[in-house]
Ligand binder design. Structure first.
Ligand code: PEP
Ligand code: MG
Length: 324
C-alpha cells in the first residue's frame, strides 16, 4: 500500500492526451494533513472548521483557533488552504450551542448563523488571518449562501477583521475569498456572486439534496439521491460556465469529486479544481490518467442528453472500463 501511494503521489493528474487538473483535499482534523500529503494533494479545497468546534465543550478561543488553523496552513504551505467559515446547523450540531428546529436543513445553517452572530464570525476570521501570517496561502470560503447580500455582509466583516489586525500592527495579507454553491438559488446567481469573489466551489452534497428534495442522510430516500440526476448535471455545468464568464476559479468539494466517474465528468465540464476526501485521491488520479480528455468531453456531450441517472452512470463507467 505504501509503495502504491508513493507511486501515485508523484504523478500528475493528467489525461493520456495531456489535460491536467489539480486534485485537492477536504480536511477536518490535524491528522488529515499527513494522509493528504502522502497521497500527493496539491491543496486543501475544504477545511471543515466546524469539526474541531464539534468535539469540544465550549467555543474555542481565538488563540486556540489560531493554533489549529496554523497546523493546516503551515503543513500545506505554499499550497492553498481553503478554510470554510463555521458551517453549523442542519446535520452539524454543537453540543454547547443547541439549535432546535422542525426543518433544520431549511433553517438556521452556515452563513445564516454567523451573520446573526458577527462576534463568532469575527473571532474565527481573525484567527484564520493571524494563523496565515508569513504564509499567505489562506483562502476563506462561505457556506450556505443563498443571496448576494450575504456575501457583501460577510466581506464587510472580513474587511473589519483585517483592518483591526493591521491596526494592531500585524502584517496580514488579504486572503482570497470564495463562496460555496450548494443552494439552488446560488446556481442561478453564480455569475452575480462571482463578481464579488475570487472563486466558487460547488458543495454537491447539499446541492443534490436541495435540488432533488432528498435528505442526504435519510436511508428511506437514499435511492433517490443521485449525483448523476440530469438536473444536478445541468446545475453543475451552469455554475462552471457562469463562474468562468467572470474569470473566477470554479472548483467542487462535494463527494462527487471523489468518485472516479464523477471526477472525469467534472473535468470534462471544465472544473478547475477537484477537492475530495484524501482516501479517494489515488483512485481519482488513476482514473484521470487512464482516459483521454477528448473522450471524456464526448462522453459528457452524450450524458447531458440522457434523462435517467442510471444511464448516465453506465455511460461514464463504460468509458472508464474501456480505459482499463
Ligand atoms: C457539500 O455540501 O457538498 C459540502 C462539501 O459541504 P458539507 O458536506 O460539509 O455540507
Ligand atoms: Mg454543505
Amino acid at each position: 500500500l505504501v509503495v502504491g501511494l508513493e507511486a501515485i503521489r508523484d504523478l500528475p493528474a493528467e489525461t493520456l492526451d495531456g489535460r491536467s487538473i489539480p486534485l485537492w483535499v477536504n480536511t477536518a482534523m490535524g491528522a488529515d494533513v499527513n494522509r493528504s500529503l502522502e497521497r500527493g494533494a496539491e491543496g486543501i479545497g475544504l477545511y471543515r472548521t466546524e469539526v474541531p468546534f464539534m468535539i469540544r465543550e465550549s467555543f474555542p478561543t481565538e488563540a486556540e483557533q489560531v493554533q489549529s488553523y496554523r497546523v493546516q496552513l503551515e503543513s500545506f504551505a505554499p499550497r492553498s488552504v481553503t478554510m470554510r467559515t463555521l458551517d453549523i446547523g442542519g446535520d452539524k450540531a454543537l453540543p454547547y450551542f443547541p439549535i432546535e428546529e422542525d426543518n433544520p436543513f431549511l433553517g438556521w445553517r452556515g452563513i445564516r448563523v454567523t451573520l446573526d452572530h458577527p462576534e463568532i464570525f469575527k473571532v474565527q476570521v481573525r484567527a484564520m488571518l493571524k494563523a496565515s501570517i508569513g504564509l499567505d496561502n489562506l483562502r476563506i470560503m462561505l457556506p450556505m449562501v443563498s443571496y448576494v447580500g450575504e456575501v457583501i455582509e460577510a466581506k464587510r466583516l472580513i474587511n473589519d477583521a483585517l483592518n483591526e489586525l493591521r491596526d494592531e500592527g500585524l502584517p496580514i495579507a488579504r486572503p482570497a475569498l470564495g463562496v460555496m454553491i450548494e443552494v439552488p438559488a446560488a446556481v442561478y446567481q453564480a455569475r452575480d456572486i462571482a463578481r464579488h469573489v475570487d472563486f466558487l466551489s460547488v458543495g454537491s452534497n447539499d446541492l443534490t439534496q436541495y435540488l432533488l428534495a432528498v435528505d442526504r442522510n435519510n436511508p428511506r430516500v437514499a435511492g433517490l439521491y443521485h449525483s448523476y440526476h440530469p438536473a444536478v448535471l445541468q446545475a453543475l455545468r451552469c455554475v462552471v460556465e457562469e463562474g468562468h464568464k467572470e474569470g473566477v476559479q470554479v472548483s467542487i468539494c462535494g463527494e462527487m469529486a471523489g468518485d472516479p466517474g464523477g471526477a472525469v465528468l467534472l473535468m470534462a465540464m471544465g472544473y478547475d479544481v477537484l477537492s475530495m476526501s484524501p482516501i479517494h485521491l489515488p483512485k481519482v488520479k488513476a482514473a484521470i490518467r487512464a482516459v483521454k480528455y477528448a473522450e471524456a468531453c464526448a462522453m459528457l456531450d452524450n450524458v447531458m442528453q440522457l434523462l435517467d441517472p442510471k444511464a448516465v452512470e453506465e455511460a461514464i463507467y463504460t468509458l472508464l472500463y474501456d480505459a482499463g
